[in-house]
Design a protein around this ligand. Structure first.
Ligand code: FES
Length: 175
């Protein structure tokens, strides 16, 4: 990894943006990386823009991931604000990581972890995991996906798995 890329990643993780669960999220997605076992959850809130389009108001994340995943999620959540669902879905992991610079091959899956969580959150109906659980969206709780029993990524791992529950794993072949 180049010194400049390493420095941009360090800068990003020293002051990561949009970290933490979102209390009033409209959707949430969680993915795990088959490459490294890390996980990332992303919450998304929508709004209507001046043109009447449904756009991403803001996104937040939590992760059990490496520094690169944290840095990419930080810049990606800033990058997608104001974009339509279609625009955000059209972005690859590399594009989401673009503010950091080109990632080396061994770190591309870290950006794909962010891309996967975003896709999971932005694809309603693709999985029951996308829909916020009414029980968990109650005051004091948090909108979260069907994979989660708790308000945070950590709590969801600490909670016993529901019968038949599976963690969604997003795999994407590298170009
Ligand atoms: Fe697992 Fe980066 S090494 S996300």
């Amino acid at each position: 990894m180049s010194d400049s890329l390493q420095q941009r990643i360090l800068d990003a993780i020293q002051n990561p943006k949009n970290v933490g669960e979102m209390q009033n999220a409209d959707s949430v997605g969680t993915v795990g990386s088959a490459d490294c076992g890390d996980m990332l959850r992303m919450w998304v809130k929508f709004r209507e823009d001046d043109a009447g389009r449904k756009v991403i108001d803001r996104a937040t994340f939590q992760t059990f991931g490496c520094e690169t995943a944290i840095a990419v999620a930080s810049v990606a959540t800033e990058l997608i604000a104001g974009k339509t669902i279609e625009e955000a879905l059209s972005m690859s992991g590399q594009e989401l990581a673009a503010p950091l610079g080109a990632l080396p091959p061994m770190k591309i899956h870290c950006a794909q972890l962010v891309e996967g969580a975003l896709r999971s959150a932005l694809t309603p109906g693709a999985s029951a995991e996308n829909a916020p659980s009414p029980a968990l969206a109650a005051p004091g709780g948090v909108a979260t996906d069907g994979a989660a029993k708790g308000a945070t990524l950590l709590e969801s791992f600490a909670a016993p798995a529901a019968p038949g529950r599976k963690v969604k794993v997003a795999l994407k072949p590298q170009p």
